[in-house]
Design a protein. Sequence first.
Length: 97
Amino acid sequence: MDMMPLADKIKEKLAPLDASHLDIMDDSGKHAGHVGNPDGRGETHFILKVTSAAFSGKSRLERQRMVIELVAPLWENTTLHALSINARSPDDAAPAA
C-alpha cells in the first residue's frame, strides 16, 4: 500500500511543468460530508497554486487542462475529488511596475 501523502503525489505528477512556484494545500477539512470524506479527514479536496513558464501564452482554460491532464491518473487511483487550480505564467506573477 502506497503511503505517500496525496499532496506529494500531485507534486510528483506536476514535475513536467518545472514550476518556479508550487503550493498545494489540503482543503479537505472544509469539505466534511462530501464524497469520500464524511469526517473531513480524508485527502479529497486541494487548492493548487502553480507558476510555470509552460503556461506562457496559454489561456486560463488551456492552463487548467494542462494541469488536469498531468494529474488525471490520481482522479482514478486515489481519494482526490476536487482540485482548485490557480495556474500562472511568470509574467502573470510578476508585480506590476
